[in-house]
Design a protein around this ligand. Structure first.
Ligand SMILES: NC(=O)c1ccc[n+]([C@@H]2O[C@H](COP(=O)([O-])OP(=O)(O)OC[C@H]3O[C@@H](n4cnc5c(N)ncnc54)[C@H](O)[C@@H]3O)[C@@H](O)[C@H]2O)c1
Length: 351
């Protein structure tokens, strides 16, 4: 299948072919075959929304998606393709997940990150505006705060990223703010903390995997010999860094609420998505031993550059503005759900 082509049949949740009913408005989900994107597509469809996915499949998985969702294999930087999809599918709003996401890789190859996340992001937003789309929900990140002075972190904290990945996201936030003034594009930038956990269908399966929860569970399943602990001398009770983990199903729900907010004519906003609670690396490993009943060997390594000791969200603004509440983001639920997903997909997604 060539770049820019529609990969899967255009059948929507109701069972009608989409070409038979173009009157219904549709949400464009970029990066919809990725981890958080696929969980959000699943949730959008459960709510009866029409969805179209655009993904270059460099990091996503075809099989993470329900085969009935129209999937365009292409890049967000392909303006002609984005304009065509927007017009043909009557795109009402875009939920923009597509990005490269590895902090370490962004330090080694910043050009790649700015080209993919910013340069292509500009083309995407320009094409959406040209096609008349005026609502965007952006996947942003806690990395926009860099090393925050205040914990828990409110949205008003200084934004000064400490790596190119964080800058690429902050630049997209700023771009959206400028696009509102000039073109009337409304947006909600959702600053996720550490996404983790799985839904029935969608789990975390990156290659390479840099996130703690899947790596801990891979060590539990025997797929990895051990899990690396980066730094044990942080100013935290057990010496390991503390992070705020938020369940992917709770994140998916926040996107639905953000879309509803924009449809109601709500103002553009920047919102933290986290649980408001932090767990250290050692606490995550200990909880995973209890959930799985397996020993999880660890290997102590030096601290990674730019890894702050503690990152915990103040999620109260998202709670007030969107009515968002986490329901799955306690650590045992996060670990149990991803563990169940691993049992069903011992080799991850197989294409
Ligand atoms: N996973 C987290 O903990 C976390 C935390 C904060 C923010 N985020 C943000 O959430 C979003 C989704 O993260 P994820 O963990 O699901 O990542 P992911 O890598 O699983 O998904 C990203 C998807 O985007 C696609 N993609 C990337 N560049 C593209 C391009 N130029 N054109 C078309 N498709 C492209 C990839 O192929 C992949 O399917 C990202 O924007 C990420 O920065 C994630």
């Amino acid at each position: 299948m060539g770049i820019g082509e529609l990969e899967s049949p255009a059948i929507i949740a109701t069972g009608r072919t989409q070409s038979a009913d173009w009157s219904a408005m549709t949400i464009l989900v970029t990066g919809g075959t990725g981890y958080i994107g696929s969980a959000t597509v699943e949730r959008l469809r459960a709510k009866g929304e029409n969805v179209v996915v655009l993904d270059d499949l460099v990091h996503g998985h075809r099989s993470a998606m329900d085969g009935e969702v129209p999937l365009y294999h292409g890049r967000i930087g392909d303006r002609l393709l984005v304009e065509r999809i927007s017009r043909e599918h009557k795109i009402e709003a875009c939920v923009h997940f597509a990005a490269l996401t590895s902090v370490g890789e962004s330090v080694l190859d910043p050009q790649k990150y700015f080209a993919n996340n910013v340069e292509q992001g500009i083309a995407l937003m320009g094409a959406l505006v040209a096609a008349g789309v005026r609502r965007v929900v952006l996947s942003s990140t806690a990395a926009v705060y860099g090393e925050p002075k205040q914990i828990p972190i409110p949205e008003s904290s200084q934004q000064w990223p400490v790596n190119p990945y964080g800058w690429s996201k902050l630049l997209m936030e700023r771009l959206l703010a400028s696009f509102e003034g000039a073109y009337g594009l409304k947006s909600v930038s959702l600053r996720y903390f550490n996404a983790a956990g799985a839904t029935e269908r969608c789990g975390e399966d990156h290659d390479p995997e840099t996130h703690l929860v899947p790596n801990v569970l891979k060590a539990a399943s025997g797929e990895k010999a051990e899990v690396a602990v980066f730094g044990t001398n942080y100013p935290t009770p057990d010496g390991t860094p503390i992070r705020d983990y938020v369940h992917v199903a709770d994140l998916a729900e926040a996107h639905i609420l953000a879309l509803e907010h924009l449809r109601r004519g709500g103002q553009s906003d920047f919102l933290n998505l986290g649980s408001g609670h932090g767990y250290s690396v050692i606490e995550v490993i200990e909880c995973a031993r209890q959930v799985t009943g397996r020993p999880i060997p660890t290997r102590i390594e030096g601290p990674r550059a730019g890894d702050p000791p503690r990152l915990i969200a103040d999620p109260s603004k998202a709670e007030q503005e969107l009515g968002w509440k986490t329901v799955m983001s306690d650590l045992p639920s996060i670990l149990r759900s991803q563990w169940q997903w691993i049992q069903k997909h011992p080799r991850g997604y197989t294409e």
